[in-house]
Ligand binder design. Structure first.
Ligand SMILES: [Fe+2]
Length: 196
């Protein structure tokens, strides 16, 4: 393990220790907001998180995901997400897991939705937020978002989830035009490189 790897692991460990403390009393909007600030400090370490270390896919590919940490019980799962312009996902939840997405490089829009309880129009868009350097979004376990890379630059973001992908419950995604609900297939995320 090189010095950069040790520095990165130390920074991740420090951040997650802070976030575990913040969320130890239970997950609330306010506590996720404080955890967001902690993750954003880690996002600011562009010496540890950049395209040299976490490269974009080769030409033709659109997205690369790197799994860089989770606690032994599968909680506090941290991923690096890199994507080119053109990457987008329709509205989806995260299978009962809270999520924080913090910007390291580029701009990614997050349209935030809530579930309405109405089968004919199950989701309602409430806000559009931008993830870019210094800015993050957080979502409660029932949160729904649709994301897209904005502009001409690729993005590199940190995604922290309450549970690693494999431990999340079944995820749903939605067709915005028809309101139809589908099972979100993890395979659609593409290759996830385990860098732990
Ligand atoms: Fe998502």
């Amino acid at each position: 393990m090189g010095r950069d790897d040790r520095n990165r692991n130390a920074a991740i460990s420090e951040t997650l220790s802070e976030i575990r403390d913040i969320l130890s009393g239970g997950v609330t909007v306010d506590r996720l907001d404080r955890a967001k600030s902690a993750l954003l400090r880690l996002c600011g370490r562009t010496d540890l998180f950049n395209f040299d270390i976490y490269p974009l896919p080769s030409v033709g590919g659109i997205e690369s995901t790197y799994f860089i940490h989770c606690d032994p019980d599968g909680t506090n799962a941290l991923y690096v997400s890199c994507a080119r312009p053109g990457m987008s996902y329709r509205p989806h939840n995260h299978g009962g897991s809270w999520a924080i997405i913090g910007g390291v490089q580029g701009r990614e829009s997050h349209r935030m939705f809530t579930e309405t309880g109405d089968a004919a129009a199950p989701i309602d868009q409430r806000a559009t937020l931008m993830v870019h350097p210094g800015h993050a979004v957080s979502m409660m376990p029932d949160g729904i978002h649709a994301i897209a890379v904005e502009g001409d630059e690729p993005i590199l973001n940190l995604h922290l989830y309450g549970s690693r992908f494999e431990n999340q419950q079944e995820r749903s995604e939605f067709d915005e035009a028809t309101g139809e609900r589908f099972v979100f297939r993890l395979e659609n995320v593409g290759e996830i490189v385990d860098c732990r």
